[in-house]
Design a protein around this ligand. Structure first.
Ligand SMILES: [Zn+2]
Length: 238
């Protein structure tokens, strides 16, 4: 169930051992063909599918995230790691205060720095309250573990095959004309301020390999992946 659609008496009646999934996204360029909130849409809809398979409380998503390599493109609105870290801790504390004890932080945006701040916040929260059970994953982790065989493009990562397929499935009306494959050409180890020069169209992978049916299969596999993480969380005794 989606928390944002419940009333307070409904929340009051929930068993406190229902896992709470907090979806994280980003507002960033996703090539010339996908919407800026792609990372929110994909993970929120996949979480909704998972909630049909297993008891799960899906929290309203956090739209903003930390974006590095896309920060030069129009429409990318990034927040600082410190802000994200503080927000994760505040949300976990607030849910904990309501009595919930099992948490799953899942991000549709898989940037390494973004994930590191979420993980660091989750570790700090666990140290604060060792009785809680926590899992952290990005959509890319789930894809690698549960759906890699469905993806044809090696190294497909951002606005390419899998992400385009998911948006074609969930929000077909939001997909514009799909262009050619592209990969960024950032110099290794070096930080560059003019990022767009090294990644003009902001695509990492091959969106030409995407289609709606693939999006549907990916979405259901990802939901199964979430279900299996929830199962391990419920069984886990630390
Ligand atoms: Zn994305």
């Amino acid at each position: 169930m989606l928390l944002e659609k419940l009333t307070f008496p409904e929340v009051e009646r929930l068993p406190k051992d229902v896992p709470v999934l907090i979806p994280f996204g980003s507002v960033e360029e996703h090539g010339p063909h996908l919407p800026l909130a792609t990372d929110v849409y994909t993970i929120y809809r996949v979480a909704e599918l998972a909630a049909r398979r297993t008891p799960l409380l899906v929290a309203p998503p956090v739209y903003y995230g930390l974006c590095r390599s896309t920060s030069d493109h129009p429409g990318t609105i990034s927040i600082r790691g410190e802000t994200l870290r503080a927000l994760v801790i505040d949300l976990l504390r607030a849910f904990r205060r309501q009595g919930f004890e099992i948490f799953l932080l899942v991000s549709g945006h898989a940037g390494g720095t973004h994930m590191a701040f979420i993980l660091d916040a989750a570790e700090a929260f666990l140290a604060e309250d060792p009785r809680v059970r926590l899992a952290v994953a990005s959509i890319l982790d789930l894809l690698r573990d549960y759906a890699l065989d469905l993806i044809e493009t090696p190294g497909d990562s951002h606005a390419g095959e899998w992400e385009t397929a998911l948006i074609q499935y969930f929000y077909p009306e939001l997909v514009k004309e799909v262009g050619e494959a592209e990969y960024p050409a950032f110099p290794k180890y070096l930080l560059v301020s003019n990022k767009r020069r090294f990644w003009p169209r902001g695509v990492w992978g091959n969106p030409q390999k995407a289609d709606t049916e693939k999006g549907q299969r990916l979405a259901h596999r990802l939901a199964e992946g979430l279900e299996s993480i929830i199962k391990s969380l419920k069984e886990f005794r630390g």
